[in-house]
Design a protein around this ligand. Structure first.
Ligand SMILES: Cc1cc2nc3c(=O)[nH]c(=O)nc-3n(C[C@H](O)[C@H](O)[C@H](O)COP(=O)(O)OP(=O)(O)OC[C@H]3O[C@@H](n4cnc5c(N)ncnc54)[C@H](O)[C@@H]3O)c2cc1C
Ligand SMILES: *[C@@H]1O[C@H](CO)[C@@H](O)[C@H](O)[C@H]1NC(C)=O
Ligand SMILES: *[C@@H]1O[C@H](CO)[C@@H](O)[C@H](O)[C@H]1NC(C)=O
Ligand SMILES: *[C@@H]1O[C@H](CO)[C@@H](O)[C@H](O)[C@H]1NC(C)=O
Length: 770
């Protein structure tokens, strides 16, 4: 009731040595603190927070109001320690600047009130997590919390001391030098045995101070997740606590301190938190600095030294019987490993960030995009990859039965999970709030696993169909079909291509849609209707001819909604892709329409508008497809490299044969080039809209499948026979990606279009010159 903390901040009765005159405090607050309840006198309740801070901290409650009081300890104190006036000052400045800290309400230097200086601040209700792996929340929320934490740190470091009014707050240049000597002194005072690694580390630090040790950013000094109060339900920082060690200095010292646990000897690497690289890249992006982090090895080594010195101090207090916690004796055991790790880290030369984040940085991924991408990555790790095997087993077992078209129960469960995490319908900007660029990066992640897009309700052809209904559907059409599609309750298919005519020229299309009273009657044959085999597929968007002799070639076709159970609609057969039935995606069907009758209201946008809709449907969707297949390429390159490092021929590992090494390099080149083009196109769509990015979309549509196929082909080659077998996903990947060179228009058609636009652009340049 006192606090919504997940792990409650423990409060105890005020300790003997920290007692003070509560009546005096109450009288003082009644007269000085606006809003402090005056009545009834003597009703002030005081409890002490049991954890951590060296400045005793108290919870005050009266008349339903809560405050927090922090004071100096009694008795003689070390110089420059326990400066509560500084804490008050820095919190005041930050609070005024909009930074999340508890609002400081009152500072009292009059020691006659409670025996020492103190200050009172607002009591913030929220969550505090004591365990850095945040076991209380799921991985997606955990990522979001970490993200919020690191953004808050970046915000702190971006303040200007002058504008905060904090000139003179720190001790001037030389922060790192002072830190090394402070912690060396603390360590020496507490050392009980000789630990050579500690001495070496101290020496290394003293001799390798960073050249830019004159930084004067405001830094926190003890920025950890357990010094943060998060919003009770949202991933938002409400307040950063414990400013005792705040000063001015080098911001990377804070960053290293916050992220040091990634490098600890007992690593938490396997826990579901964002990676070190992800956090760092977000921090750097927020601060608009390069992700190369000069001298980060120094700051990590310093953090390890500091932790080791603190651990030694805790142990020393245990030895003289002044231990604060029961496990204090264990601290002796971590000093040496920390020092050794610090020494190792001191030798590491570069700490830079991942390629993905760099792409995102280059193209201005939004904050929301980053957050969702992190969540999706965690979700893939936690739920999708482990489900892959179950999924494969299902399809192998049901290969020869009709059940193969059904979706395994597991899929529905995963969909529910994704929906609950808010990872749902990410493809639709109006729903998700994401840009095409944001979504492109997410699509790549989901593309690493062939069935993953469906888990997030982001799979073709439903995405395109939902876009069509969203953009062009009537209110009734939206209610009947779009809503259940957005909820993932039904699925759909798209029927354009026909067996009897070359459909890459869609004006060839022969299927007829004829008006008859209050109905349209559809007659014709379609094939390659993807997803039609899924028993959940309830509606088709059919494109056909609504002849109009007074209109142009591109106004002869229309799109219409046809429920799959309409009489006369018949699934003829599934088509195979290089022998694969592609059950995962509901197959690709030939469908015949014989006098299929639907109400006039099923037409989308109106007669003759089919091409107009087709244009709108395919812009962003193609980019998403491309990004998904880049995810597959990354997965294939991973397999390639693993295999090349495992197997040997003619006395060396496969990758040691130069030709294989070159393939690896070529694959990386292809992927990077293709990704850059795709993101560039996504950005252009964001800035200029679908139409003006048409040339780029066409270019991307040609470039990416080529690049991806090249990577998969190399992976197959390196894996040998295994590569084409069912034991590896490469064969199916190849088959699927190969179809992208024809589906949605063959390469040749796109190349012709690109050439036409190129010539047009060139001719415009010419006219401009004249
Ligand atoms: C796995 C898969 C899923 C699909 N899903 C769907 C779906 O859900 N709905 C749907 O309606 N369709 C779907 N399709 C169909 C796909 O969009 C068509 O196959 C594609 O548009 C090409 O049409 P077509 O097969 O009739 O080839 P054609 O039009 O007969 O073309 C054959 C070849 O002719 C050449 N060619 C064509 N035009 C030119 C030109 N201008 N210059 C030079 N050469 C040219 C190209 O090499 C082309 O590959 C899918 C296809 C596949 C393989
Ligand atoms: C923190 O949480 C992890 C994951 O649940 C757990 O394994 C670990 O023991 C916890 N650590 C502490 C100190 O409680
Ligand atoms: C141990 O703690 C007690 C009580 O806080 C204090 O009086 C004493 O000075 C401490 N001893 C040392 C050696 O710090
Ligand atoms: C046929 O096309 C003409 C010219 O575009 C248009 O005015 C007319 O409305 C169309 N007829 C129908 C039935 O859509």
């Amino acid at each position: 009731e006192l606090c919504l903390c997940t792990t409650k901040l423990q409060m105890v009765a005020v300790r003997q040595q920290h007692r003070f005159d509560q009546d005096s405090l109450e009288r003082y607050l009644s007269s000085r603190l606006p809003g402090f309840p005056r009545q009834p006198a003597g009703a002030l309740a005081v409890r002490q927070y049991s954890s951590g801070q060296s400045n005793p901290t108290f919870y005050l409650q009266k008349g339903g109001q809560a405050f927090v009081l922090r004071k100096k300890p009694h008795g003689p104190l070390l110089p420059r320690a326990h400066k509560v006036d500084r804490e008050y000052r820095v919190q005041k400045a930050l609070f005024s600047a909009g930074f999340p800290v508890p609002e400081p309400l009152l500072y009292c230097s009059d020691v006659s009130i409670i025996g020492t200086e103190f200050y009172v601040m607002q009591h913030v209700k929220g969550r505090i997590f004591r365990n850095i792996s945040l076991p209380e929340v799921g991985p997606a929320e955990r990522s979001a919390l970490y993200l919020a934490m690191i953004e808050t740190l970046a915000l702190l470091h971006s303040f200007d001391l002058q504008s905060l009014g904090l000139q003179g707050y720190g001790r001037g240049p030389g922060y790192c030098k002072r830190q090394v000597s402070t912690w060396k002194k603390q360590y020496d005072a507490a050392a009980h045995t000789d630990i050579p690694a500690m001495n070496k580390l101290a020496e290394w630090l003293a001799n390798n101070l960073p050249p830019d040790d004159n930084g004067e950013s405001l830094i926190h000094g003890d920025f950890r997740i357990d010094n943060i109060i998060f919003h009770p339900t949202e991933a938002r920082v409400l307040a950063v606590l414990d400013w005792e060690l705040s000063t001015t200095g080098h911001p990377l010292a804070d960053l290293a301190y916050t992220t040091q646990f990634y490098f600890w000897p007992t690593s938490i690497k396997d826990l579901e938190t964002p990676s070190f690289e992800e956090l760092v890249s977000i921090y750097c992006r927020c601060r608009r600095i390069s992700t190369t982090l000069p001298n980060f090895n120094f700051f990590l080594a310093l953090s390890h030294f500091k932790m080791a010195a603190i651990a030694q101090g805790v142990y020393a207090r245990y030895l003289i019987g002044n231990a604060s916690a029961e496990n204090s004796h264990e601290f002796a055991n971590i000093v040496e490993p920390l020092a050794e790790r610090g020494l190792e880290l001191s030798k590491k030369s570069s700490f830079s960030s991942t390629q993905h984040s760099i792409s995102g940085e280059l193209f201005h991924q939004s904050r929301k995009g980053q957050e969702i991408l992190l969540k999706v990555k965690q979700f893939m790790k936690q739920h999708i990859y482990p489900a892959e095997k179950v999924k494969i087993k299902y399809y192998t077992e049901h290969r020869n039965t009709e059940d193969k078209w059904k979706k395994p129960a597991l899929l529905e469960r995963l969909k529910e999970l994704a929906k609950a995490e808010g990872l749902w319908n990410l493809f639709l900007p109006d729903v998700s709030g994401l840009s095409q660029l944001d979504y492109a990066l997410i699509a790549e992640e989901t593309g690493r696993c062939l069935f993953a897009p469906e888990v997030f309700n982001c799979h073709a052809p439903d995405t395109g169909n939902m876009e069509v209904l969203h953009m062009y559907g009537t209110e009734e059409q939206k209610k009947e079909w779009l809503e259940p599609l957005l909820e993932g309750k039904i699925s759909s298919c798209f029927c354009m291509t026909e067996p009897d005519v070359a459909s890459s020229d869609a004006t060839n299309m022969q299927c007829t849609i004829e008006r008859d009273g209050n109905s349209y009657v559809i007659n014709g044959k379609k094939w390659w209707s993807s997803g039609a085999g899924n028993p959940n597929c309830k509606v088709a968007i059919v494109m056909g001819k609504t002849k109009n002799s007074s209109a142009s070639r591109y106004k002869q076709h229309s799109m219409i909604l046809v429920p799959m159970d309409t009489p006369g609609l018949k699934l003829i057969r599934p088509l195979s892709v290089f022998g694969y039935m592609d059950e995962i995606h509901g197959g690709h069907f030939e469908i015949h329409f014989n006098d299929v009758r639907v109400p006039v209201s099923n037409i989308i946008l109106g007669e003759g508008r089919g091409f107009e809709i087709a244009q709108g449907r395919l812009g962003p969707g193609r980019i998403h497809h491309c990004m998904r297949s880049l995810g597959a390429a990354e997965a294939a390159l991973e397999i390639l490299c693993q295999r090349a490092a495992q197997r040997e021929t003619f006395g060396k590992k496969l990758y040691q044969h130069e030709v294989v090494a070159h393939w690896i390099a070529e694959c990386r080149l292809s992927i990077e080039q293709a990704r850059l083009l795709t993101l560039q196109t996504a950005r252009k769509i964001d800035m200029l809209g679908n139409r003006r990015a048409r040339k780029e979309v066409a270019m991307t549509k040609v470039v990416v499948p080529r690049a991806v196929l090249k990577v998969i082909d190399c992976a197959v080659q390196v894996c040998g026979g295994a590569g084409v077998s069912q034991d590896f996903p490469l064969a199916f990947m190849f088959a699927s990606i190969r179809t992208l060179r024809l589906a949605d228009g063959p390469d040749e058609v796109h190349l012709s279009t690109i050439a036409r636009w190129e010539l047009l652009d060139q001719s415009k340049k010419l006219t401009a010159k004249i």
